[in-house]
Design a protein around this ligand. Structure first.
Ligand SMILES: NC(=O)c1ccc[n+]([C@@H]2O[C@H](COP(=O)([O-])OP(=O)(O)OC[C@H]3O[C@@H](n4cnc5c(N)ncnc54)[C@H](OP(=O)(O)O)[C@@H]3O)[C@@H](O)[C@H]2O)c1
Length: 171
Protein backbone atom coordinates (compact mmCIF):
# COMPACT_ATOMS: atom_id res chain seq x y z
CA UNK A 1 0.00 0.00 0.00
CA UNK A 2 1.39 3.40 -0.89
CA UNK A 3 1.75 6.22 1.61
CA UNK A 4 -0.69 8.24 -0.45
CA UNK A 5 -3.35 5.56 -0.17
CA UNK A 6 -2.76 5.15 3.53
CA UNK A 7 -3.09 8.84 4.23
CA UNK A 8 -6.45 9.17 2.47
CA UNK A 9 -8.77 11.01 4.83
CA UNK A 10 -10.95 8.54 6.67
CA UNK A 11 -13.03 8.61 9.77
CA UNK A 12 -11.62 6.79 12.71
CA UNK A 13 -8.67 6.91 15.00
CA UNK A 14 -5.17 6.16 13.83
CA UNK A 15 -1.97 6.10 15.78
CA UNK A 16 1.42 6.92 14.37
CA UNK A 17 4.74 6.23 16.03
CA UNK A 18 8.36 5.43 15.40
CA UNK A 19 9.96 2.72 17.48
CA UNK A 20 13.25 0.95 17.80
CA UNK A 21 13.40 -2.76 17.04
CA UNK A 22 12.77 -3.44 20.71
CA UNK A 23 9.88 -1.03 21.06
CA UNK A 24 11.49 2.11 22.49
CA UNK A 25 9.82 5.37 21.44
CA UNK A 26 11.36 7.86 23.85
CA UNK A 27 14.23 8.62 26.18
CA UNK A 28 14.68 11.53 28.56
CA UNK A 29 11.71 13.39 27.09
CA UNK A 30 12.89 13.11 23.50
CA UNK A 31 13.31 10.67 20.65
CA UNK A 32 16.62 8.78 20.66
CA UNK A 33 17.32 9.06 16.91
CA UNK A 34 16.97 11.54 14.09
CA UNK A 35 15.59 10.06 10.90
CA UNK A 36 14.43 12.89 8.63
CA UNK A 37 12.58 10.50 6.33
CA UNK A 38 10.41 9.48 9.26
CA UNK A 39 9.55 13.11 10.01
CA UNK A 40 8.48 13.55 6.37
CA UNK A 41 6.40 10.37 6.62
CA UNK A 42 4.78 11.68 9.80
CA UNK A 43 3.82 14.90 8.02
CA UNK A 44 2.34 12.95 5.14
CA UNK A 45 0.39 10.55 7.34
CA UNK A 46 -1.08 13.21 9.61
CA UNK A 47 -1.86 15.55 6.72
CA UNK A 48 -4.41 18.10 7.82
CA UNK A 49 -6.05 15.88 10.43
CA UNK A 50 -6.54 16.52 14.10
CA UNK A 51 -3.52 15.31 16.04
CA UNK A 52 -3.92 14.25 19.67
CA UNK A 53 -0.91 14.21 21.94
CA UNK A 54 -0.05 14.13 25.61
CA UNK A 55 1.22 17.26 27.30
CA UNK A 56 4.70 15.74 27.61
CA UNK A 57 4.87 15.14 23.88
CA UNK A 58 3.87 18.75 23.27
CA UNK A 59 6.69 19.76 25.60
CA UNK A 60 9.08 17.52 23.65
CA UNK A 61 8.35 19.26 20.34
CA UNK A 62 10.93 21.91 19.52
CA UNK A 63 9.17 25.27 20.07
CA UNK A 64 9.63 26.25 16.43
CA UNK A 65 7.68 23.15 15.35
CA UNK A 66 4.65 23.66 17.55
CA UNK A 67 1.84 23.81 16.96
CA UNK A 68 2.29 21.31 14.15
CA UNK A 69 1.23 23.40 11.16
CA UNK A 70 -1.99 22.80 9.28
CA UNK A 71 -3.34 20.44 11.90
CA UNK A 72 -5.58 20.92 14.91
CA UNK A 73 -3.21 20.26 17.84
CA UNK A 74 -5.18 18.71 20.71
CA UNK A 75 -3.13 18.36 23.88
CA UNK A 76 -4.27 16.08 26.68
CA UNK A 77 -3.57 17.36 30.16
CA UNK A 78 -5.21 16.96 33.55
CA UNK A 79 -4.12 20.47 34.49
CA UNK A 80 -7.15 22.75 34.05
CA UNK A 81 -4.94 25.83 33.85
CA UNK A 82 -2.58 24.54 31.15
CA UNK A 83 -2.50 26.61 27.99
CA UNK A 84 -0.16 27.12 25.06
CA UNK A 85 -0.48 29.14 21.90
CA UNK A 86 -1.80 26.99 19.07
CA UNK A 87 -2.81 24.10 21.33
CA UNK A 88 -6.34 22.97 22.13
CA UNK A 89 -6.19 21.65 25.69
CA UNK A 90 -8.51 18.74 26.42
CA UNK A 91 -8.84 17.02 29.77
CA UNK A 92 -10.10 13.55 28.91
CA UNK A 93 -9.42 11.09 26.13
CA UNK A 94 -13.04 10.54 25.11
CA UNK A 95 -13.47 14.23 24.35
CA UNK A 96 -10.17 14.32 22.48
CA UNK A 97 -11.24 11.49 20.19
CA UNK A 98 -14.85 12.60 19.78
CA UNK A 99 -14.84 14.07 16.28
CA UNK A 100 -16.11 13.05 12.87
CA UNK A 101 -12.84 14.23 11.37
CA UNK A 102 -9.80 11.97 10.97
CA UNK A 103 -7.75 11.80 14.15
CA UNK A 104 -4.17 10.70 14.56
CA UNK A 105 -2.86 9.99 18.03
CA UNK A 106 0.78 11.04 17.98
CA UNK A 107 1.99 10.04 21.42
CA UNK A 108 3.53 9.62 23.71
CA UNK A 109 3.63 6.38 25.63
CA UNK A 110 0.85 7.16 28.09
CA UNK A 111 -1.51 8.41 25.44
CA UNK A 112 -0.80 5.55 22.99
CA UNK A 113 -1.58 3.05 25.74
CA UNK A 114 -4.81 4.80 26.69
CA UNK A 115 -5.97 5.31 23.10
CA UNK A 116 -5.12 1.82 21.80
CA UNK A 117 -8.61 0.34 22.43
CA UNK A 118 -10.17 3.10 20.31
CA UNK A 119 -7.74 2.94 17.39
CA UNK A 120 -8.35 1.03 14.19
CA UNK A 121 -5.06 1.61 12.42
CA UNK A 122 -1.43 2.10 13.31
CA UNK A 123 1.24 3.59 11.11
CA UNK A 124 4.52 2.44 12.56
CA UNK A 125 8.06 3.31 11.60
CA UNK A 126 10.50 0.64 12.70
CA UNK A 127 13.97 2.08 13.21
CA UNK A 128 16.63 -0.61 13.08
CA UNK A 129 18.45 0.42 16.24
CA UNK A 130 18.63 -0.84 19.78
CA UNK A 131 18.59 2.01 22.27
CA UNK A 132 17.94 2.52 25.94
CA UNK A 133 14.77 4.41 26.63
CA UNK A 134 12.08 5.08 29.19
CA UNK A 135 8.99 5.07 26.96
CA UNK A 136 7.71 2.25 24.77
CA UNK A 137 5.09 1.68 22.12
CA UNK A 138 2.11 -0.50 22.99
CA UNK A 139 2.25 -4.13 21.95
CA UNK A 140 -0.14 -4.96 19.13
CA UNK A 141 -1.75 -8.30 19.86
CA UNK A 142 -3.70 -10.82 17.75
CA UNK A 143 -6.48 -8.31 17.34
CA UNK A 144 -4.22 -6.49 14.88
CA UNK A 145 -2.91 -7.52 11.51
CA UNK A 146 -0.02 -6.16 9.52
CA UNK A 147 -1.37 -4.90 6.23
CA UNK A 148 1.95 -3.64 4.93
CA UNK A 149 5.41 -4.81 6.04
CA UNK A 150 7.24 -2.05 4.21
CA UNK A 151 10.70 -2.34 2.71
CA UNK A 152 13.87 -1.45 4.49
CA UNK A 153 15.41 1.87 3.50
CA UNK A 154 18.57 3.59 4.62
CA UNK A 155 18.33 7.04 6.10
CA UNK A 156 20.44 9.80 4.61
CA UNK A 157 21.27 10.63 8.21
CA UNK A 158 23.95 8.10 9.10
CA UNK A 159 22.52 5.20 7.15
CA UNK A 160 20.29 3.82 9.89
CA UNK A 161 17.69 1.48 8.40
CA UNK A 162 13.97 2.13 8.76
CA UNK A 163 10.74 0.80 7.33
CA UNK A 164 7.11 1.84 7.40
CA UNK A 165 4.75 -0.84 8.69
CA UNK A 166 0.98 -0.47 8.60
CA UNK A 167 -1.41 -2.23 10.95
CA UNK A 168 -5.16 -2.56 10.89
CA UNK A 169 -7.50 -3.76 13.58
CA UNK A 170 -9.07 -7.08 12.64
CA UNK A 171 -12.79 -6.67 12.14
N1 LIG B 1 8.83 7.78 18.83
C1 LIG B 1 7.64 8.37 18.71
O1 LIG B 1 6.93 8.16 17.70
C2 LIG B 1 7.15 9.30 19.77
C3 LIG B 1 5.96 10.03 19.57
C4 LIG B 1 5.53 10.88 20.58
C5 LIG B 1 6.26 10.99 21.75
N2 LIG B 1 7.40 10.27 21.90
C6 LIG B 1 8.19 10.35 23.13
O2 LIG B 1 7.36 9.89 24.21
C7 LIG B 1 7.79 10.54 25.41
C8 LIG B 1 6.60 11.19 26.06
O3 LIG B 1 5.64 10.17 26.39
P1 LIG B 1 5.04 10.07 27.87
O4 LIG B 1 4.36 8.74 27.98
O5 LIG B 1 6.08 10.40 28.88
O6 LIG B 1 3.97 11.26 27.94
P2 LIG B 1 2.73 11.67 27.00
O7 LIG B 1 1.86 10.50 26.75
O8 LIG B 1 3.22 12.46 25.83
O9 LIG B 1 2.00 12.75 27.94
C9 LIG B 1 1.59 12.36 29.21
C10 LIG B 1 0.75 13.49 29.77
O10 LIG B 1 -0.47 13.60 29.04
C11 LIG B 1 -1.53 13.91 29.93
N3 LIG B 1 -2.46 12.78 29.93
C12 LIG B 1 -2.18 11.47 29.68
N4 LIG B 1 -3.30 10.74 29.72
C13 LIG B 1 -4.32 11.59 29.97
C14 LIG B 1 -5.72 11.45 30.11
N5 LIG B 1 -6.32 10.23 29.99
N6 LIG B 1 -6.46 12.52 30.36
C15 LIG B 1 -5.90 13.75 30.47
N7 LIG B 1 -4.56 13.97 30.33
C16 LIG B 1 -3.78 12.90 30.09
C17 LIG B 1 -0.89 14.17 31.28
O11 LIG B 1 -0.50 15.54 31.26
P3 LIG B 1 -0.38 16.46 32.59
O12 LIG B 1 0.82 15.93 33.32
O13 LIG B 1 -0.18 17.84 32.05
O14 LIG B 1 -1.68 16.30 33.34
C18 LIG B 1 0.34 13.28 31.23
O15 LIG B 1 1.38 13.66 32.11
C19 LIG B 1 8.88 11.52 25.00
O16 LIG B 1 10.16 10.92 25.17
C20 LIG B 1 8.60 11.75 23.52
O17 LIG B 1 9.74 12.17 22.81
C21 LIG B 1 7.86 9.44 20.94
Amino acid sequence: MSDAAWSEPVRGVGMVWARSTDGVIGADGGMPWHVPEDLAHFRQVTGSATVVMGRRTWDALPPRFRPLPGRRNVVLTRDPSWAAEGAVPVHDLATALDTDEPVWVIGGGQVYAAALPFADRVSETVIDVQVDGDTVAPTLDDGWQRVDDGDWHQSRNGGVRYRFVEWSRRS
